[in-house]
Design a protein around this ligand. Structure first.
Ligand code: NIG
Ligand code: FE
Length: 401
C-alpha cells in the first residue's frame, strides 16, 4: 500500500463484480460474495474476502449491496441541439426509421451557440453519471461543416477523452449533388480541423449514408492522421460495414443488427468488438441483434446506449442491460460484462470496466444484492452511489462504518 495516498476500505459488499477471475486474466464476468475493496487515491488497491479486509484511512460499509465497475458507454452522440420526439411518435405509429432524420438535428445543431451545445452535453453527461456511467464516448456528426464538426469535438473533449470524429455521418443537404465532394472534405480539411480533438474516426457505412469505398477512404484518412477506427455497421440492413471495419482493424463494429455468417466469422477471427445498441432497436422498432449467435461464435460483445435524439434517446446503461437480457437472450452476467469490460475493450482501455488492483476506482453501488437486479427490476433507479477516480461523484451517501 502507498502511504502517501488517502485510502478507503469498502466493506459489506454482498456481491463484488470484478470481471477478473481469481488468479486469471480479465476476459469474462467474475464476481465474489461477501467481499471488500480498498481504494487508494484514484485506483483500486485491493479486493478480497470481507473477513480479510485491510485497514484504511476511511471505511464505508455498504450493507450487503452489490458493487460493480462503472458502466463504460462506448457509443454516444451527445453534442446536438433540438429534439425529434415527433419522429419517434410517427415511428411508434408505424413509420420506419430512415437515416435522413439526422439532417433535422444537423440544422438545429448548426444554429445553436457553443454554450447551448455545451449545456446539452453537460446535461446528458450528468444524466449518465447518475445512472452509473463513469466512462463515455462522444461523437460529432451533427455539424457536418468544418466549423461545426470541429466545435462539436472541442466541446466533447472538455468532458471525455473518448472523442470520435464522425464527419461521415450523412452527406449534408448542400452536398446532395456532390457526395464525392463531401467525402473529399471529410478526408481533408474537415479531418485536419477535427483531428486535434479526437482519438477515434467513425463512419456510418449504410445505404443512405456512406458506401464501402467512401467508408474505406474516410477510415484510411483518419488513420493516416493518427485516429483509431470504429464503424457504424449493418444497422438498417445487411451490407459491407462489418467487413470494412474488420479490414480496417477497427476497435469496434457498432450496431451489428443484420449480419451474415461471413460477418460473424470475420468478427470472431478479428480483434474487432461487436458493440450492440439495443436502445436503437427499441427506439426504431427494429429486430434486436442476435447476441447469442455472436457470443456462441466467440465474438467479444459490448453494450452501449447510442444516446442520440433520433434512434435512441436513452442515456441509461441499466436500461440497455435489461433489454439485452430480456430481448437479446444474454444472461445478466454477460450483459453486465458487456456494459463494463466489453465497453472498455471497444475503447481499447484496460484501466476501466474491471475492479482489480491497479484499475481506476470507478464503481457503482446498487440498491440491490446482485447485478441480476438490473434486469430483474427494470426501470427502477437501483444506482445508489457512483464513484469515479476514487471519489463519490453521484448518488446518495451511505452511512460510514
Ligand atoms: O447510431 N446510425 C447513425 N447514427 C445514429 C442515429 C442518429 C440519428 O438518427 O440522429 C445511430 O443510430
Ligand atoms: Fe450511433
Amino acid at each position: 500500500m502507498n502511504e502517501s495516498l488517502r485510502s478507503t476500505v469498502i466493506t459489506g459488499i454482498g456481491e463484488l463484480v470484478t470481471n477478473t477471475p481469481a488468479g486469471g486474466q480479465p476476459g469474462s464476468f467474475a464476481a465474489m460474495s461477501d467481499a471488500a475493496l480498498v481504494i487508494e487515491g484514484d485506483r483500486v488497491a485491493w479486493t478480497g474476502p470481507g473477513a480479510s479486509a485491510p485497514e484504511a484511512d476511511d471505511a464505508l460499509d455498504v450493507g450487503g449491496r452489490a458493487v460493480l465497475p462503472g458502466f463504460v458507454d462506448s457509443h454516444a452522440h451527445l453534442v446536438f441541439a433540438g429534439e425529434r420526439s415527433a419522429e419517434f411518435a410517427a415511428r411508434m405509429a408505424g413509420q420506419s426509421y430512415a437515416a435522413g432524420g439526422i439532417r433535422a438535428t444537423v440544422a438545429a445543431t448548426r444554429a445553436a451557440s457553443d454554450e447551448e451545445l455545451r449545456a446539452g452535453l453537460r446535461r446528458l453527461a450528468s444524466e449518465m453519471l447518475r445512472q452509473g456511467t463513469t466512462t463515455f464516448e462522444c461523437k460529432s456528426g451533427y455539424g457536418l461543416t468544418v466549423r461545426d464538426e470541429a466545435r462539436s469535438l472541442a466541446i466533447a473533449a472538455e468532458l471525455t477523452p473518448e472523442v470520435t470524429y464522425l464527419g461521415a455521418h450523412v452527406v449534408p443537404a448542400e452536398f446532395a449533388a456532390d457526395p464525392a465532394g463531401y467525402v473529399a472534405l471529410a478526408c481533408g480539411e474537415m479531418l485536419e480541423a477535427c483531428a486535434p480533438y479526437a482519438r477515434w474516426v467513425d463512419v456510418f457505412c449504410e445505404r443512405g449514408a456512406f458506401g464501402a469505398d467512401a467508408a474505406r477512404a474516410i477510415l484510411a484518412a483518419g488513420k493516416a492522421r493518427g485516429l483509431l477506427p470504429r464503424v457504424h455497421a449493418n444497422q438498417l440492413g445487411p451490407g459491407p460495414g462489418v467487413s470494412v471495419a474488420v479490414e480496417a482493424g477497427a476497435a469496434s463494429a457498432d450496431h451489428c443488427t443484420f449480419l451474415t455468417d461471413a460477418d460473424i466469422d470475420a468478427l470472431a477471427s478479428s480483434g474487432t468488438v461487436a458493440t450492440l445498441l439495443p436502445g436503437a432497436e427499441f427506439g426504431t422498432r427494429q429486430p434486436y441483434p442476435d447476441a447469442r449467435r455472436l457470443l456462441d461464435a466467440g465474438v467479444t460483445v459490448a453494450l452501449a446506449t447510442d444516446c442520440n435524439p433520433g434512434s435512441s434517446y436513452t442515456s441509461s446503461m441499466p436500461f440497455c442491460v435489461a433489454l439485452a437480457v430480456r430481448d437479446m437472450r444474454m444472461t445478466a452476467a454477460e450483459a453486465v460484462w458487456s456494459a463494463t469490460a466489453g465497453g472498455a475493450r471497444a475503447l481499447r482501455r484496460d484501466d476501466v470496466g474491471c475492479l482489480v488492483p491497479g484499475a481506476r476506482a470507478d464503481l457503482v453501488i446498487l440498491d440491490a444484492p446482485s447485478h441480476a437486479y438490473l434486469a430483474y427490476r427494470p426501470g427502477v433507479p437501483l444506482v445508489r452511489a457512483v464513484w469515479k477516480s476514487g471519489r463519490m461523484v453521484a448518488g446518495e451517501q451511505l452511512t460510514s462504518a
